[in-house]
Design a protein around this ligand. Structure first.
Ligand code: HGY
Ligand code: MN
Ligand code: MN
Length: 416
């Protein structure tokens, strides 16, 4: 005897159409998206998502970090809802699916329940978390971090982008600063669907990744201070070159990560050079080191080694140095019950699957601290993400959304 709702499936064409419609908002220059958090493009994407949720009769709540909560009522409204979602903000050269698949996959399961008049005991709430990417305002997963009580709200509000605009000002400017305290809501569970952003699932021919753990992360912002000077007339021995220092520290980051193989990564992705003029030796550089590992000991060793050795590089070049942590979370172990619900759904639906550790950070990594949480992943072409060429197939999107759907159904408890 099949379990209640066993034969339910999302509408794959409608999901794909919604993904393509959202992709038109904040287009990039090479087929992807540039819908950075709290920009006008982000605001436009929020309005489109809100319109779609209005059409489904969902009621919206917005908290003080701009997180959007779209509630489908349950038969027992006082029960804690099952939350499901991800993020709509993108990298400056982002893809069409990073985060978006998780939000629109959640919308699609609600649309399907509405189509069929299926009720659940627990309410279901779709979430769009603000500033998951952390590219315009560090740290990443900022709003979910405030929600989980690990990032201070006023610290978040104070964070500034490259133009000096603050998160709090920009949130108010686009009209999405809600009154609801972040973290006030209580969750039965939180589920997130996300593309893998790595090569494993595609390489192994697996449709589904059941995310059991997530890598830990350190973001260390390094500021090197030297002296602006003429690139032509300044003798080499007289130079105090912050650009040279940045190059050597970047090499050190790579060396440290390679010394901790396997299961460790390191790079510098954000760089600011001052005055950034062709014929001026950089007097100042500001750059962010990104270290990650699923093993806490490795993560801490990489951070400690950078903090010990980067000042030596600075001293050799006569540079001032500051190292400021601007993002951090320990490796994550997701909730066994939620992981099992996702794995059981993949098995019942007949999808090939494997356990996987998330290489990227996600809002689920923070929400896991305050509610039972787990993630499901689908492959992406060549494992490519944070690149406008990011691509998935409609079948992968549908497989991920159906596994999400059935885990949410099981947890929200279908009625009748
Ligand atoms: O940095 C991350 O892992 C995520 O994409 N924000
Ligand atoms: Mn993401
Ligand atoms: Mn991302």
């Amino acid at each position: 005897m099949p379990a209640p709702g066993e034969n339910l499936r999302i509408n794959p064409d409608r999901l794909w159409d919604s993904l393509m419609e959202m992709a038109k908002v904040g287009p990039g220059v090479a087929g992807g998206n540039n819908r950075q958090t709290l920009t006008d493009e982000d605001a436009e994407g929020r309005r489109l998502f809100q319109r779609w949720c209005d059409e489904e009769g969902l009621t919206m709540g917005v908290d003080e970090m701009g997180d959007m909560f779209m509630r489908r009522e349950g038969e027992e409204p006082d029960l804690p809802p099952v939350y499901v979602g991800s993020h709509l903000d993108t990298q400056p050269t982002g893809g069409k699916y990073d985060g978006v698949l998780g939000v629109l996959g959640a919308l699609e399961l609600v649309r399907t329940l509405n189509d069929l008049g299926v009720r659940t005991r627990h309410p279901i709430v779709i979430v769009n978390w603000t500033n998951e990417e952390g590219t315009r305002f560090a740290p990443a997963m900022m709003a979910s971090g405030v929600y989980a009580g690990v990032i201070d709200r006023d610290y978040a509000y104070s964070r500034r982008d490259a133009k000096g605009l603050s998160f709090g000002e920009e949130l108010a400017r686009i009209g999405w600063k809600g009154s609801e305290p972040a973290g006030a809501r209580k969750m039965r569970a939180f589920f997130e669907l996300h593309i893998e952003q790595g090569p494993i699932l595609e390489a192994e021919g697996k449709d589904i990744g059941i995310v059991t753990h997530g890598q830990g992360l350190w973001w260390l912002q390094v500021t090197l201070t030297g002296r602006d000077a003429h690139t032509g007339s300044t003798p080499m021995a007289m130079r105090v070159n912050a650009g040279l220092g940045m190059a050597r520290v970047t090499e050190l980051v790579h060396t440290i990560a390679m010394s901790e193989q396997p299961d460790a990564v390191g790079a510098v992705g954000h760089v600011e050079v001052y005055p950034n003029s062709r014929n001026v030796i950089p007097g100042k550089t500001v750059f962010t080191v990104d270290f990650r590992s699923p093993e806490l000991a490795k993560l801490e060793r990489m951070k400690a080694r950078l903090e010990a050795e980067a000042p030596k590089i600075a001293a050799e070049l006569g540079l001032g140095i500051e190292i400021e942590p601007v993002g951090h979370f320990d490796p994550v172990t997701f909730d066994e019950g939620c992981v099992t619900a996702l794995r059981g759904a993949a098995e019942r639906l007949g999808h090939s699957h494997r356990n996987i550790v998330s290489g990227a950070g996600h809002d689920a990594c923070w929400i896991n601290r305050v509610a039972p949480t787990a993630m499901v992943m689908c492959p992406c072409v060549d494992g490519l993400s944070h690149n406008e060429a990011e691509e998935i197939t409609p079948d992968w999107a549908a497989a991920g959304a159906n596994v999400l759907f059935h885990a949410v159904l099981e947890t929200a408890e279908i009625v009748g």
